[in-house]
Design a protein around this ligand. Structure first.
Ligand SMILES: [Zn+2]
Length: 95
């Protein structure tokens, strides 16, 4: 019955491997945006919120498109001195 023993040993090894992998790499690690099937989450460059790109306010900037969570964010971002450079002035309002 050498073959049977080998199969049992293999299955045990496989189970142990799966358990170890779960321990080392937990399924939910770190703050990740919730993924919705069929939707693409985009980051609002102004407030840093993640929004569904189908519901977000889109603005074409240069060759790309930026997405905002609200019209206010899009306008506030567009009025900024220089998109791309961040200045810590603390004048942001959430919403
Ligand atoms: Zn926003």
């Amino acid at each position: 019955m050498g073959l049977f023993r080998l199969i049992v040993f293999g299955v045990l090894l496989w189970l142990a491997y799966g358990l170890l992998r779960r321990l080392i790499f937990p399924p939910a690690a770190g703050p990740q945006p919730k993924s919705v099937p069929g939707a693409t989450l985009v980051k609002d460059p102004h407030c840093g919120l993640y929004v569904d790109n189908r519901e977000a306010i889109s603005r074409k900037v240069g060759n790309g498109t930026l997405f905002f969570c609200s019209q206010a964010c899009a306008e506030a971002y567009g009025q900024g001195p220089n998109p791309g450079t961040r200045s810590a002035q603390g004048q942001e309002k959430s919403g």
